[in-house]
Design a protein around this ligand. Structure first.
Ligand code: PLP
Length: 421
């Protein structure tokens, strides 16, 4: 996507015009650092790709949920894709227009539905028949009409990690395309429901256009059948899922498509339905490349079998390597010109699955020196936990030569909040 905002000036790694080593020195580690410019550029890239048709960028809040990040999205005219009442609360706090909020997820509670209905969101992305029935009841009890889109499962293989593939027919997400029409008919008869759109989201970290093109073909067929029911949809939600380059261009098969090519994959739909507003739910591709996790090396542990860089950052800070076996590029914050060694980068958490990298060739670092873990802006802090009673890190937003702490480091007191003896 956007040109990298991370670069060495001399031997020191900078984000925009701020030295990462100085940030770590001042604020401690582990530390999440985001670039304002990268987030804005990535949003702008979507806006440009879809500029010649009505569209809404509904940023996927779960990728990185900090209020300051949501506020950047809001100021750029973006909306939010939420998957919980908690995310609705955040999006509204950040000033996002409820008419730019879509609510996804297979397990919305009635309380969450009521909150979102009262807020006046754009659409509920409904994922099952019983969910539709529950939403109808809630709407009736409030004397409101619930705007909905059905999330369909186009049954395409997104060629991504199984845990983030969501569009297979045996997935818990969405409704099979064949069943969608039946549900549209049920909804059409329901006075508490207003049909506004069609939705799909086939998975995350997609690095090729094929699955998007296959989805477009299936959606086009379904849109024709929906039209034949006499329904005129306002929105077509294409979900999120565009991948990012975790490998820093080292692996040509893993470089994701550009937003403009992604937009073009759906062009047959725009031609057939020029009045549809295209809703997009990107998360990873907006914030992923915009963030790094800074960690400090504690020990260089050499055994006859392995060499470990033990850092103060761990799986509770960034779980993606442990959860999905994900690759994150890692670089020293200060390049000392040292030779590389084959190492595992691990944290202090008491799990063998606690690693940030395995069998990685990295320049040798000495205790006290810092490493930057790249591509950590999405599903990094938002998936962080307090496991091993580790306080969650601070989050910092850089803008040019300035920075702002957008979440303070948790304290010992934070760790026991709400607990009693
Ligand atoms: C997680 C999620 C997204 C965002 O996916 P990315 O791969 O981060 O772009 C969009 N829509 C839904 C329904 C999701 O669950």
């Amino acid at each position: 996507m956007a040109e990298s905002v991370f670069s060495y000036k001399g031997s020191e790694l900078f984000v925009e015009d701020v030295s990462l080593d100085q940030l770590a020195e001042e604020l401690g580690t582990p530390l999440y650092v985001y670039s304002t410019k990268a987030i804005l550029d990535n949003l702008a890239s979507y806006q440009k790709a879809f500029a010649d048709r009505p569209h809404l960028i509904a940023y996927s809040v779960k990728a990185a949920s900090n209020l300051a990040i949501l506020s950047l999205v809001q100021k750029q005219g973006g909306g939010a894709d939420i998957v919980s009442g908690g995310e609705l609360f955040r999006a509204l706090k950040a000033g996002i227009d409820p008419q730019k909020i879509v609510f996804s997820g297979v397990g919305k509670t009635k309380a969450e539905m009521a909150e979102a209905l009262k807020a006046g969101i754009l659409s509920f992305n409904v994922e099952s028949a019983p969910e539709l029935a529950a939403l109808s009841q809630v709407a009736q009890s409030l004397g409101l009409k619930a705007p909905i889109a059905f999330r369909v499962n186009p049954d395409v293989d997104p060629q991504t990690h199984p845990y983030v593939a969501t569009g297979f027919r045996d997935s818990k997400f969405g409704v099979p395309v064949e069943e969608a029409l039946k549900l549209y008919k049920v909804a059409q008869e329901d006075p508490n429901i207003e049909i506004v759109g069609l939705d799909c989201h086939i998975g995350s970290q997609l690095t090729s256009l094929g699955p998007f093109k296959a989805t477009a073909e299936r959606l086009l067929v379904l849109l024709g059948k929906i039209k034949a029911l006499g329904l005129e949809l306002k929105i077509l939600d294409l979900g999120g899922g565009l991948g990012i380059d975790y490998y820093d261009q080292k692996d040509p098969d893993k470089i994701p498509p550009l937003t403009k090519d992604y937009a073009r994959a759906f062009s047959a739909i725009y031609q057939a339905y020029p009045g549809l507003t295209i809703v997009l739910e990107p998360g990873r591709s907006v914030v992923g490349p915009a963030g790094v996790l800074l960690v400090t090396t504690l020990y260089d542990k050499i055994t006859p079998f392995k060499r470990f860089f033990i850092t103060d950052g761990a799986m509770n800070d960034l779980i993606r390597p442990s959860l999905y076996g994900s690759y994150h590029n890692i670089k020293p914050v200060k390049d000392q010109g040292r030779p590389a060694a084959l190492v595992n980068v691990v944290g202090p958490v008491c799990e063998s699955g606690d690693f940030l990298a395995q069998d990685r060739a990295l320049p040798i670092v000495q205790p006290g020196e810092r490493l930057a873990v790249f591509g950590a802006g999405a599903y990094g802090f938002s998936m962080a936990s307090n496991y091993n009673s580790r306080a969650r890190s601070a989050e910092v937003l850089v803008n040019g030569a300035t920075f702002r702490i957008i979440r303070t480091r948790e304290t010992r007191e934070d760790l026991i909040r709400g607990e009693t003896l």
